[in-house]
Design a protein around this ligand. Sequence first.
Ligand code: FMN
Length: 242
Amino acid sequence: METTELYPHIFTRKSTRAFDMTPLSAETLDRIETFIKGVKPLLPGSEITHKIAGPGEVKGIGIAKAPHYFLISGKEQQLKDACAGFLYQYAELYLHAGGLSARWLAGAKGKQPDPDWIIGIAFGKPAEEPCTRTLAEFKRKSLGEISRGEDPRIEAARLAPSGMNGQPWYYIADHGALHTYYKKSLGGLAGGLYHLTELDAGIALCHIAVASEHEGIPVGFSADKKDAPEPPKGFTYIGTVE
Ligand SMILES: Cc1cc2nc3c(=O)[nH]c(=O)nc-3n(C[C@H](O)[C@H](O)[C@H](O)COP(=O)(O)O)c2cc1C
């Protein structure tokens, strides 16, 4: 499957906790692996990897029970978490496109310690069909709350999943460029314990990249554009899509 075929799934996907525990076939898992290897990363040279683990190899409080998990890891590198969010959101959309489903899980880690562990994703066949929804069923901030200026790709970012549905992102559209910002903390008691807002921003950047392909806009990402507008209050600049 081409990444261009992922676009419609941005508008229908939803996370599930209810998985059919029947393992996927080796052939399906191979196809998923091949797809992930073919994704162009957010930053050239970014090195984010995963292991596919079974339910007996994974631990974490309150994690969804699933036949498979991606255990995602990467050594310290520029925008490590954003690169992980970007790459594996492609995988998430690919799973949905194939009639499968997934859930990002902040606490899902391997029983085997991994110092480079970032996050896990449960995936498999959904137990309850269908694992899709209509646009009206998405619980998301409005475009006005998360952006300034107009660009059709912001709608794709708006619908992206995020931890605690925090949607910690902001976009400034500027003559074809999309400047991207994120909140380092969600605030509040629970939000203070959540440390993956940069990863969330990477997930939304995947949706922007997929929407760019759909619009036929060649997409590049620059993490240090000198003339990006000042961040809105409470936000940090992450990079510019141009
Ligand atoms: C980075 C990240 C971490 C998440 N961690 C958890 C988690 O630990 N437990 C959980 O039940 N859901 C988790 N989720 C799922 C979100 O709660 C969910 O994506 C969000 O509420 C939006 O719903 P949707 O994915 O159906 O659009 C996580 C999502 C993301 C993107």
